[in-house]
Design a protein around this ligand. Structure first.
Ligand code: GAP
Length: 440
């Protein structure tokens, strides 16, 4: 059950996101479109950092994973082979009293979660988005926006194996959009209709499935834990038999303790040879692999790790959001984000915007740092307001050029989390910042 304090947190984050240019409701001037959100200047930078960090960790820093970037629309047969045309369904029921609609898989007692009214019988809806290819009426081909990004990876398994020197066991990674016509989008970015997934499909010899499944489960749990302040709010949970998706033989979710309860963050799926076998069958192509040393020919089995970028973004906001009572009775809000993910690493501030010498010196530092980092510049309003803005978008440090800086070329650096300040030589800031970022 969601208590008021917890649901208030979601409201506060939604409001902060709009106020500070993090995330906006899509098509807001037309009344909004449920389940679609746009990232603003701060949000798009933060999301970019998040995706870069993922890509660096799981592709660039590893020799057994390569990346691809596939299309959103594929041959329609892909979705027949994958089982989505037949099985990608949600059950929808409507409350007879307030007419709100709900996915029935989350409801146990057939009562409306909003008003307690009785619900209609659940009806089944396929949640693939349809589109068409071609322009001439009558000659158009029905196609689908991909319901899961990973299908492009299976389609390209053989291309990747044949065109690179990589050998099983290896992974193919991709970050990309997926679309689901969710019957009940909800909780801000948690369940939306257009979102990004980050997937690794790891291809292994069937005998090695246990080892690699355990490896990826632990690796992903550890990685998500490394991103948050409160790692106790993350756990692994095994799917019960009746929860398993149609393609999974075994599944664990990395879960987050969200305000509305433990919720999926990433799925670690034991997909075995389901995908490559299905695509072999439907395409009549041989998608098996021949081991270059043993010459054994087999269909590789797959450990899939599939998470949502937007959901991660939201969970990280939930984890980072902090409110603190100050001595002057005011409340300070700040986002305690991992500095690697924050939109800006540092904000450069001249103490007074109408003092040319201060502004010039600060501009020089700003331009120097900007060559290496994402840096903000703020010469508006008073210093308190500047700090407040940077705190709310999660900038870990603010650098202030003041009158002493004109004398001795030192600057103050203020820390977002405890508001402590240090004074350092302005020529050492670059080095200092690199060190701070490496600590994380
Ligand atoms: N290829 C497997 C797959 O797509 P999934 O569990 O359906 O598995 C993987 O999705 C991840 O994608 C989820 O753990 C979640 O983080 C994210 N996701 C799924 N549906 C979503 C939605 N409607 N809105 C936001 N994120 C979603």
């Amino acid at each position: 059950m969601v208590n008021k304090k917890q649901s208030d947190l979601v409201k506060k984050i939604v409001s902060l996101c709009k106020r500070r240019g993090i995330v906006f409701q899509n098509s807001e001037i037309y009344g909004g479109l449920a389940g679609f959100y746009d990232y603003g200047p701060i949000g798009s930078l933060t999301k970019y950092n998040l995706k870069n960090l993922w890509w660096k960790t799981f592709v660039l820093d590893r020799s057994d994973v390569v990346g691809i970037d596939g299309t959103i629309i594929t041959h329609p047969q892909v979705w027949h082979a994958s089982g989505h045309v037949k099985n990608f369904n949600d059950q929808l029921a409507e409350c007879k009293k307030c007419h709100h609609r709900f996915r029935t898989d989350f409801i146990t007692d057939n009562k409306c979660p909003d008003c307690g009214g009785p619900l209609t019988e659940g009806r089944t809806y396929n949640i693939l988005f349809e589109t068409s290819i071609g322009v001439v009426e009558g000659e158009k081909t029905k196609a689908y926006l991909r319901g899961e990004a990973c299908q492009n990876i299976y389609l390209n398994f053989k291309n990747v194996a044949d065109s690179t020197r990589i050998k099983v066991p290896f992974g193919i990674a991709q970050i990309g959009k997926a679309f689901r016509n969710e019957v009940n989008p909800k909780n801000f970015l948690y369940r939306v209709r257009e979102f990004e997934q980050w997937d690794i499909e790891y291809f292994v010899h069937p005998d090695q499935m246990d080892k690699w499944y355990e490896y990826w489960k632990q690796t992903k749990l550890n990685w998500y834990q490394s991103l948050v302040n409160n790692s106790k709010k993350i756990r692994l949970r095994q799917h019960t038999q009746d929860e398993l998706v149609f393609y999974a033989k075994k599944a664990f979710d990395v879960e987050y303790q969200a305000p509305w309860g433990w919720s999926e963050w990433e799925g670690i799926h034991w997909r075995a040879d389901y995908d490559l076998s299905q695509h072999s069958k439907f395409s009549h192509q041989d998608l098996s692999y021949t081991d270059p040393i043993t010459h054994q020919k087999y269909i590789p089995h797959i450990v899939e790790t599939s998470g949502g970028v937007d959901r991660t973004f939201f969970y990280l906001l939930l984890d980072a959001y902090q409110e603190e009572q100050l001595d002057n009775g005011q409340t300070r809000t700040y986002l305690k984000l991992d500095p690697r993910i924050s939109a800006y690493k540092i904000c450069v501030i001249p103490l007074a915007s109408n003092k040319e010498k201060l502004v010039n010196q600060a501009k020089q530092i700003y331009q120097q740092l900007q060559k290496r980092y994402s840096v903000d510049w703020d010469d508006s309003s008073n210093i308190g307001k500047k700090y407040r803005r940077q705190d709310e978008i999660g900038t870990p440090w603010c650098l202030v050029v003041d009158y002493q800086s004109l004398e001795d070329q030192t600057v103050t650096i203020r820390n977002r989390d405890d508001m402590s300040q240090i004074r350092i030589d302005q020529n050492k800031v670059d080095q200092w910042l690199t060190k701070q970022l490496q600590k994380n």
